[in-house]
Structures are given as structure tokens and as C-alpha cells.
Design a protein around this ligand. Structure first.
Ligand code: F6P
Length: 324
């Protein structure tokens, strides 16, 4: 019987801890006598045949590194059925029996199409700083991104207090409230604006003035990036022109996606990479490694293809209550 041959790729935005998942996949595969190939630059690289055989040293000294050694991309070509026909032909020509995809809900939708249209075995590992995939309580990278943002906001608070200033601090989250809410609660922000919130400028001003009336020296408003990064500048303009309130803007941007993964991200990614390979050996696909009730386990791929902002939305009330 021929040796089982698995491939893996990262897709969508990178996230700290992806390298830990890659390492765990490669080492578990090799431990079990499987052949393993890394595909560079996600689905786009797959279509270009960017295949690299992986051995123990390909994943040496990467556990502490942010980003992804396989690199990543978003591929419009793969989103079309013809692109996926080509992808499956390429995978089969390489003798690959199964594909592991590390990414977000968009990447999982691509994997699901490979299974639905071609019955190509796929297993997903959730990796995105947004923590917004259905079917899992956690996605690799979230805690590290939150920690990075908290550190930045704490520094901004120092200078905001010294100068008695208001800051709008914009964090990532095109459609996800998770980073904004957790950072807002953990930094004692005076206000948290979610990605699709219609901005209530009057409320922002009232909240700040109420704080000032009881001697507060600084205000931090956490703004989730929303569909277009930089929305804080528009809010700043309205606050100035309509309410004569000066606010400074700090956009944290991609600094939140880089950096060395924290222990939780390393630990969960290691468990997920290990489980993904075991799952393939047991021919249990299409599945996704998820966190449920705090434990790493499996869900069906079908359950993990939606964007889910509900994991964190329950903390909106907490953020509001603690910021009075
Ligand atoms: O990785 C998720 C995410 O960081 C979103 O929160 C953000 O809106 C988006 O990616 C920006 O990504 P890019 O720079 O790749 O367009």
C-alpha cells in the first residue's frame, strides 16, 4: 500500500501561532510515517504548483515566530469552480491524499467546495486573529493580537492621562467585534465602537463630559476597524466640527497580526495540528479542529463555514456597564 501523503497551506490573513500549527502537522505526520508537503501562498500557490516537501528541519526554530513560513494569500481564481477543478488535478497529480487548510471562514468555504465538488479530503484548522468562525470558541492568533493591542492602549493611556486627552484607538476587525470588545474591557475604555455600529457622536461626547465632571483626565475610545480601515478619522472630524471636542487618532493596524505567539496560541495550535493529522489517518473528513467547552476537539466542516460574531457580542453589555 502506498504511503499516505498530506499537504497543508495557510490562507487568508496570517495569525500568530500558524507556525506552531504547521510544525505540529509536519511532526505528527512524520512521526506516523506519512509524507507531508507544504504549499506556499495558499490556494494561489496551489494553483501555481508551489509545493515543498517538508521534513523535521523544515519546521525547526519556527515555534516562536509570528506570521507563517508557508506564507498566505487570497485567491480569486480558486473561488471559481474551474479554479478548483485545476487545483484537484494538481493535488492528485502530486499523489496527495488529503489537504489541511489553516485559515478563516473564507478559506474553509474554499475547502468545503473541494469536498462538495470533488470529494477531495480536507481538514481545517481555524487561524485568524478575528476569532469569528462558527463552530469554534477560539481561532489561533486571537489572544496574541489582543495582548499586542492591550499593550499599545496601555501606553496610549499613559500619554492620554499626562495631557488630559481623548484618543480614538482603532483596532482590527472588518466584521468582527471580538478584538474591540476584549481590548475595550481589558483597558477600561470609556467606549467601544463595533464594526457595523452607527456612530452616536452625541453619546461619545456625553460620556466623556460625564467622566470629566468627576475628574477623569483621559478617555480612550476603542474603534473596531469595520469595512474600511481608518474610520476613526471621520469620527474625529465630526467630534471636532460639530461638538468642538479634540480627539487624537491611533490606528494599530497590522502590528496586531505580527509578533511571537503567546502560550495559549502555541498550545492550542500544537494540539490542533496534531489532531488534524490523526483525523486524516482515521479518514474522518471533512472536519475542522475546534475549541468546544475549552477543549480541542472536532466539528464538521459544514458547521465552521459561517462568519460568527456572536462569540463575543455578549460582552458588549459588560464593556458598557464598566465604562460608566
Ligand atoms: O486577519 C483578519 C483581519 O485582520 C481583519 O480584522 C482585517 O479587517 C483584515 O484582516 C485586514 O486584512 P488585509 O490587510 O489582509 O486586507
Amino acid at each position: 500500500m502506498s504511503i499516505m501523503h498530506i499537504a497543508l497551506l495557510c490562507s487568508g490573513g496570517d495569525a500568530p501561532g500558524m507556525n506552531c500549527a504547521i510544525r505540529a502537522v509536519v511532526r505528527t505526520a512524520l512521526f506516523n510515517g506519512l509524507q507531508v508537503t507544504g504549499i506556499k501562498r495558499g490556494y494561489a500557490g496551489l494553483l501555481k504548483g508551489e509545493f515543498h516537501p517538508m521534513n523535521l528541519s523544515s519546521v525547526g526554530n519556527i515555534i516562536q515566530r509570528g506570521g507563517t513560513i508557508l506564507q498566505t494569500s487570497r485567491s480569486p481564481e480558486f473561488m471559481k469552480p474551474e479554479g478548483r477543478i485545476k487545483a484537484v488535478e494538481i493535488l492528485r497529480a502530486q499523489g496527495i491524499n488529503a489537504l489541511i487548510v489553516i485559515g478563516g471562514d473564507g478559506s474553509f468555504n474554499g475547502a468545503k467546495a473541494l469536498w462538495d465538488e470533488h470529494q477531495f479530503p480536507v481538514v481545517g484548522i481555524p487561524g485568524t486573529i478575528d476569532n469569528d468562525i462558527s463552530g469554534t470558541e477560539y481561532t489561533i492568533g486571537f489572544e496574541t493580537a489582543v495582548e499586542t493591542a492591550i499593550e499599545a492602549v496601555d501606553r496610549i493611556r499613559d500619554t492620554a492621562h499626562s495631557h488630559a486627552r481623548t484618543f480614538l484607538v482603532e483596532v482590527m476587525g472588518r466584521n468582527s467585534s471580538a478584538i474591540a470588545l476584549k481590548v475595550g474591557v481589558c483597558t477600561g475604555a470609556e467606549n467601544v465602537l463595533l464594526p457595523h455600529d452607527k456612530v452616536n457622536h452625541q453619546k461619545i461626547v456625553d460620556d466623556i463630559q460625564r467622566g470629566m465632571a468627576r475628574g477623569k483626565e483621559s478617555s480612550i475610545i476603542i474603534v473596531a476597524e469595520g469595512p474600511v480601515a481608518g474610520r476613526s478619522y471621520e469620527i474625529q472630524k465630526v467630534l471636532k466640527e460639530k461638538y468642538k471636542l479634540d480627539a487624537h487618532v491611533a490606528i494599530l493596524g497590522h502590528i496586531q497580526r505580527g509578533g511571537s505567539p503567546m502560550a495559549d496560541d502555541r498550545f492550542i495550535a500544537s494540539q490542533m495540528g496534531h489532531l488534524a493529522v490523526q483525523t486524516i489517518m482515521e479518514k474522518n473528513y471533512p472536519t475542522v479542529t475546534v475549541v468546544k467547552n475549552g477543549k480541542v476537539t472536532l466539528a464538521t466542516l459544514e458547521d465552521c463555514t459561517q462568519k460568527a460574531d456572536y462569540n463575543f457580542i455578549e460582552f458588549q453589555k459588560l464593556a458598557q456597564t464598566l465604562s460608566i
